[in-house]
Design a protein around this ligand. Structure first.
Ligand code: ZN
Ligand code: ZN
Length: 358
């Protein structure tokens, strides 16, 4: 992205000197996530010029001298959370809050703060330390995670953001109990992955909520046992399904005020709410106080408590074993040249995931 408010263009960039901890990945597939759209719209105030894209799979082309975890030829999925392993938060197993990660996040060149790419001698930013809408992408060693080579790139790429966030919310953040009742609001890639995480955790009832009936149909194929439209009948119908109590866990993955309000209304007293969607940072959000009462636990998660080194290969293997379904997410496959059309379709809510194949 070169100019604010313009569309994306394909440019030739130069690589600067790479560091010993860098990994150069040849991108084979990269999917369009809502955060890319926010960045391109200017909502995130990402400095220009920048390369969007942060959900990718590819093959390692080159590694720095200090890299131990991957080597040339490995198939990898990218993570967007490089972390130092030494700061206050990393020592508390909260890498998504890592101090240098967050300090550089706005400037977003590379994890060490220095650019790896230039365009007409201007330093180029990599969205979320990634920048995967490209043939090649430079990431920190801990962001190139080896996965089994038999998972297709067009499926593996989904794991790096949306799938990890929704799945991790159920397994790592809320730790869904077998036999429980789970409600998922919003059935995009993140929500559908929460549906699958709940199914894999052994939830007895999984209630999917969305405005689009086509998405509810997909949710049903992925494990939802009940489905409800996101309309005025939602709360009374939900109460009927949940024995008049509400759900043990509610995962919000729609990212709009009505969904956040519904999430606290649909959870039972003493239940757990996990917010995965987001609004623009300066938007004010209000709740009727009474809906927050009842010992409800509410937590916001950006990456589903991801531990990419363990979770990515396990999720890839779960796909290969037929346990995790990913084919249903890919509603369009496009070329890099069609990226603006893909973002337009995303804005209109026409895709679950559109995958750029390179
Ligand atoms: Zn994302
Ligand atoms: Zn750290």
């Amino acid at each position: 992205m070169v100019e604010a408010g313009s569309s994306l263009s394909i440019e030739t960039l130069d690589l600067t000197t790479l560091a010993d901890t860098d990994v150069l990945v040849r991108v084979h597939a990269t999917s369009l996530c809502h955060t890319d759209l926010e960045a391109v719209r200017g909502d995130l105030r990402t400095p220009l010029p920048f390369v969007p894209g942060h959900e990718a799979a590819g093959i390692v082309e080159w590694v720095g001298r200090g890299v131990r975890s991957v080597s040339r030829g490995d198939h990898v999925v990218t993570s967007w959370n490089p972390h130092c392993n030494a700061c206050f938060y990393c020592r508390r197993q909260q890498p998504v809050l890592c101090q240098p990660y967050r300090a550089n996040a706005i400037r977003s060149f590379h994890f060490d703060g220095n650019p790896r790419l230039t365009w007409h001698e201007r330093p180029v930013h990599q969205l979320m330390y990634s920048g995967t809408f490209a043939e090649l992408c430079v990431v920190n060693e801990d962001c190139a995670i080896r996965v089994p080579s038999d998972i297709p790139f067009s499926r593996a790429c989904l794991i790096g953001c949306g799938v990890m966030t929704g799945y991790g919310a159920t397994t790592r953040v809320a730790k869904v109990d077998p036999g429980s009742t789970v409600t998922v609001i919003g059935c995009g890639a993140v929500g559908l992955s929460a549906v699958q995480g709940a199914r894999m955790a052994g939830a007895a009832r999984i209630i999917a909520v969305d405005r689009q009936s086509s998405r509810l149909e997909v949710a049903a194929t992925l494990g939802a046992t009940h489905w409800l439209g996101a309309d005025e009948a939602l709360e009374p119908l939900h109460l009927e399904i949940t024995d008049g109590r509400g759900s043990d866990y509610v995962f919000e993955a729609a990212g709009n005020p009505a969904a956040f309000r519904a999430s606290v209304n649909l959870v039972r007293p003493g239940g757990q709410v996990v917010w995965l969607g987001k609004l623009q940072a300066d938007v004010e959000m209000s709740f009727r106080w009474g809906t927050l009462m009842g010992e409800k636990r509410i937590v916001r998660s950006s990456y589903g408590g991801a531990e990419p080194a363990q979770d990515f290969p396990a999720l890839a293997q779960a796909y290969l074993d037929g346990e995790l379904k990913l084919d249903e997410y890919v509603t369009s496959t496009i070329t890099l040249n069609e990226v603006n059309m893909g973002l337009q379709r995303l804005e209109e809510g026409r895709d679950i995931r559109s995958v750029i194949e390179l």
